[in-house]
Design a protein around this ligand. Sequence first.
Ligand code: NOJ
Length: 512
Amino acid sequence: MSVLPTSPWWRSGVVYQVYPRSFADSDGDGVGDLEGVRQHLDHLAWLGVDAVWLSPFYRSPMADFGYDVADFCDVDPLFGDLAAFDRLLADAHALGIRIVIDLVPNHTSDQHPWFQAARSSRSDPKRNWYVWKDGGGPHEPPNNWLGAFIDGGAAWTWDDTTEQWYLHEFLPQQPDLNWDEPEVVAAMEAVMRFWLDRGVDGFRIDVVHCIGRDPAFPDDVPPWSELPHCVSNEHPSTHGHIRGMRRLADGYDGDRVLIGETALPGTQWVAPYYGDGDELHLAFNFAATRAAWDASGWRQRIARIEELLDPREAWPSWVLSNHDMPRHRTRHGGGEARARAAAIILLTQRGTPFLYAGEELGLEDAVVPTERVVDPGGRDGCRAPLPWTSSPAHGWGDDPWLPFPPDASARSVEAQRADPTSVLHLYQRLLRARRASPALTEGGQEMLAAPDGVLAWRRVAPDGDQRTIVVNMGDDVATVEVAGIVQVASDGLGEDAPFSGQLAPDTAVLIR
Ligand code: NOJ
């Protein structure tokens, strides 16, 4: 019997991001793999997440560690094979955990057969699958767009064989697909069907805001001209393409979800990607990743999200950490207290929370010595392998692809499972409290008046279920007038007892 929760699971559920290289290594080669994920599903079931988003595991030369895809419909041997994927999917579903996979529609690897064909000659049938321009000859790119992860380099590379420039909003090894070419749209739809037919529960769509481009290819203007073009690329045609993806996904049963990576500068840019309920189910909003540890800044962001998303009936997403940025513990100064309080914020906001693997262990970024740096984008620290055991190898092969994060033995799953006061147990208590409370999963949200430095809000469900959340981001003990029983405290103190009204700095409470 299926134990999957009822629809729409992606509104009430919590999504856990697995970066396959860094999660768990089943074959001892120092790189995580799909079988490693399968073997550790018990950890995710115990924790209480509803879905796993798997970052790319497709065939790839790994110039961008899998976001440069050479075959969208096969598993890279480093991570296993299609049979390993099917086993993972079946076992996850049996545990009631959905599997969302990464779709990378904006670009391929330069080793993808499509690009190999396209660059072979100007008359190749796949030439128009990519974006080619003459510019001003080999020394003058078509415009001033900058690529990402290439230190201010152009988003264009000159191809000597066919004597034109091709566009790549990321690395030169990641040529951009041309979504104005109907054959590209059809090819990407076939990719989606391949995985949906296999049973995946949806897609996290990589830089989906990038796929449509202004056909005039105008120069970027300040301040955007100082930044990679992908940070600000927008074009109305993208919305039509997303509507097409949505129709395709909605044609399948079982609430398949489209979660778009809309890595744009603010909520006002992100909101339109929900369309009129006919584009993304969830659009990533990185507002919280840009927030300092400051109650008034948080209050403004929360208000802005409500103001811009509610009129569209768009359901918010919440992210504190992922594989592209320093972990929130590291960003907020490195202390464990703030990381714990942040967990309460993330899991009690109105919207769908995304946890990044290792966040439940309170991990900090690894310190990566220069000789071990592998990512051209400087993101190695947050991609350090997860420590499973307290032994020196932490459950990995002898030579993991990146060094472990600080205090890996004490922070391992093994050590923290044995300690009820650990961050890991805090996450588990929070996830359990969330799942059992209609106020937290589906309820409305009202911000409450609070002293300086304190953030407080109430969640209320139509059936009357209520929770109040208070977070002290200030430097002093705060006095807050809220009555109720502490259900979860970020420091673990005073749970199941009446709230005292006093909250230490960098702590948060969930009150019932
Ligand atoms: C966003 C992904 O999250 C990131 O890791 C990747 O490098 C770029 N898109 C390019 O695919």
